[in-house]
Write a protein that binds this ligand. Structure first.
Ligand code: SAH
Ligand code: SF4
Ligand code: F3S
Length: 441
């Protein structure tokens, strides 16, 4: 009988995409994918290590599954935490029989076959190596949607002091440009209209491997190639780094009509002193210059960011600089993270001296700013017409559709199913901090 597999994904978009690839490969290997754990024989947790809480959650979950009526299920932990905690996971999560790092997920179907044959075995694989081209492009044709993620690279060379990613995902490796373009063409032929390119630092794509051409980085060359693909209407990417956000990329916002007017550019802190201890190789001025250059080209460009509060050594004055920075740039969206010390990172030796309550206060102050500025940004759209790429029915239905503006703001409006996958004009009538509401015109 076909074994049923449920994959639960934690962490970033990269993990989401990898879970998707794995599901496609498992489907090809004769497994049946299911959408909830109750009916599954095998449960795979694709995990994240970026904060301690993310790890604690996944370990808790794995232990929960292996108790009670779920005891018969085969549990596997894959992804970043499998890589990071491979030596202690067998103890922390004794019933987990498969532990596979992000570089070896393509082996999971084969390993499951082995585990099903021999119920006394446990397999641990945390090798790192080249990107498996078959895995990187694996897709379930039935799951192709209007907007899709495309991974263009793996790993990270930056070594920010707080970050576990270089440990869990290793050094940067890039997929060949032709392979990426072929994959996007394949998606476009099946109805995809928008692609979001994924990499830890996407704008590093091809560094020291592929040449600059006419002053353009390999990443911008890739964007230009995707611009040429018929059927694709929108291009986005996650996440760029301020270092390497040069004029060729800024110009691309003007030169490439499909490149959406939206950037997620992680700042981390508005204090140069903190950025230095974080080993982020830029200062506030440099960041502001990028923002100014982008806004000069596209005044309404969507700008979001990541901030860490409570990094070791962040004094009240440093935090105030972050607040001032926020008021200056007025990001229309931001993810605020409370610092979590990660064993094995450069910042580990600095300890975690900022009290939890202080982190909480700083977090709240910034969240209020996020709320204020995202509402303000959305209010500017009210009364205007937005080009909305329709993705699906809205969650709380009543025949309402959900799509996204070029700036990637969610737009909800009444419409019919045939509009899914199409770009329509919507007059925005009202908004909340997170959503625009309007009617089709
Ligand atoms: N390269 C990715 C980073 C992935 S981690 C990117 O640029 O998007 C996503 C975010 O998590 C980081 O930008 C950072 O703000 C946050 N983060 C990373 N390590 C952290 C830690 N130890 N504690 C708290 N937040 C962290
Ligand atoms: Fe993604 Fe980083 Fe978490 Fe891994 S550790 S899942 S790369 S956010
Ligand atoms: Fe992490 Fe910094 Fe790289 S946040 S993924 S080390 S750029």
């Amino acid at each position: 009988m076909e074994k049923r597999v449920y994959i639960r994904t934690y962490g970033c978009q990269m993990n989401e995409r990898e879970s998707e690839s794995l599901a496609a490969m498992l489907g090809d290997s004769g497994y049946e994918m299911v959408g909830e754990e109750e009916s599954a024989d095998i449960i795979l947790l694709n995990t994240c290590s970026v904060r301690e809480q993310a790890e604690a959650k996944a370990i808790g979950k794995s232990n929960l599954i292996s108790r009670g009526k779920n005891r018969e299920k085969l549990v596997g932990i894959i992804g970043c935490m499998a890589q990071n905690l491979a030596d202690i996971l067998p103890k922390k999560s004794p019933n987990t029989r498969l532990i596979v790092g992000p570089d070896r997920i393509e082996k999971v179907p084969e390993y499951l076959d082995q585990l099903l044959r021999d119920s006394n075995r446990r397999i641990i694989d945390t090798e790192m190596g080249a990107i498996d081209p078959h895995f990187a492009a694996a897709r379930d044709e039935k799951k192709v949607k209007t907007s899709m993620f495309v991974s263009i690279m793996r790993g990270c060379n930056m070594g920010c002091a707080y970050c576990i990613v270089p440990k869990t995902r290793g050094p940067e490796r890039y997929r060949p440009m032709e392979e990426i373009v072929d994959e996007i063409r394949w998606l476009a032929e099946r109805g995809t209209k928008e692609v979001t390119l994924l990499g830890q630092i996407v704008n590093n794509y091809g560094t020291h491997r592929l040449p600059y051409v006419n002053g353009k980085s390999p990443f911008v060359q890739l964007l230009e190639k995707i611009q040429q693909i018929g059927g694709i209407r929108r291009i986005r990417f996650l996440s760029p780094h301020p270092k390497g956000f040069r004029s060729d990329l800024i110009d691309a916002y003007q030169n490439l009509p499909k490149l959406c007017p939206q950037v997620h550019l992680p700042l981390q802190s508005g204090s140069d002193a903190v950025l230095r201890t974080m080993k982020r190789p830029y200062g506030g001025e440099q960041f502001l210059a990028i923002v100014a250059a982008l806004r000069e080209k596209i005044p309404t460009i969507g700008l979001s960011t990541d901030i860490i509060v409570g990094f070791p050594g962040e004094m009240e004055t440093d935090f105030e600089k972050t607040c001032d920075f926020f008021d200056k740039v007025k990001f229309d969206m931001a993810f605020i993270f409370k610092y979590s010390a990660r064993p094995g990172t450069a910042a580990e030796r600095l300890g975690d001296p900022i009290p939890r309550e202080v982190k909480e206060v700083r977090n709240q102050i910034l969240l209020e700013k996020v709320e204020r500025y995202s509402r303000r940004y959305n209010e500017l759209a009210v009364g205007k017409v937005k080009k909305v790429l329709v993705e699906s029915w809205a969650k709380r239905g009543q025949r309402r559709l959900e799509g996204f503006s070029p700036e990637r703001k969610k737009v909800i409006f009444a419409g019919t199913e045939d509009l899914i996958g199409r770009t329509v004009d919507v007059l925005i009538e009202s908004c909340t901090t997170a959503t625009l509401f309007g009617k089709m015109i």
